[in-house]
Design a protein around this ligand. Structure first.
Ligand code: AMP
Length: 144
């Protein structure tokens, strides 16, 4: 049904469930899948200059770790490296913008991720949905 599907991976333990649903949505044709993880800017939480150097290092480390983990996941699935995206920014708009750039027909993501409490503030899925120009499939994750 879908030619291009963007899978939003938060690298939590529930990511596999989200990926499995995405694979089912493209009938196991992993050539149709793109993976994205968005690293949130560390500096956003600490804006004091005194932290600048360490925060920059921390940021690079976080990006490198995320890139490595996403690469491993992609290799396990047989998803080409050109379809693996590690971005820096606010997750919801980054995911939405990438979906537009790729002309994805669907975004597959978890109903919530490692930070279930975020649901009180509005989950990433809710934010992606607002303004999305393609289908957004949410996969129920969590204990209940
Ligand atoms: P959350 O709103 O953080 O509980 O996450 C809900 C879902 O949004 C997750 O299951 C992921 O599919 C996606 N998501 C959340 N944060 C990110 C992120 N930083 N990068 C990519 N996808 C994310």
């Amino acid at each position: 049904m879908y030619k291009t599907v963007l899978v939003a991976v938060d690298l939590s333990k529930d990511s596999q469930k989200v990926i499995d649903k995405a694979i089912a949505a493209v009938k196991a044709n992993t050539k149709k899948i793109h993976l994205v993880h968005v690293v949130e800017p560390v500096a956003a939480a600490y804006s004091m200059d005194i932290y600048a150097v360490n925060i920059n290092e921390l940021q690079q480390e976080a990006i490198a770790m995320a890139e490595q983990r996403l690469k491993e996941i992609a290799e396990g699935l047989g998803v080409d490296a050109s379809r693996v995206h590690t971005l820096l920014g606010a997750p919801a708009p980054e995911i939405r913008n990438l979906a537009s750039e790729l002309s994805a027909e669907a975004i597959v993501m978890g109903s919530h991720g490692h930070s279930g409490w975020k649901i009180l503030l509005g989950s990433t899925a809710t934010k992606v949905l607002h303004g999305a120009t393609c289908d957004v499939l949410t996969v129920h994750v969590g204990d209940e």
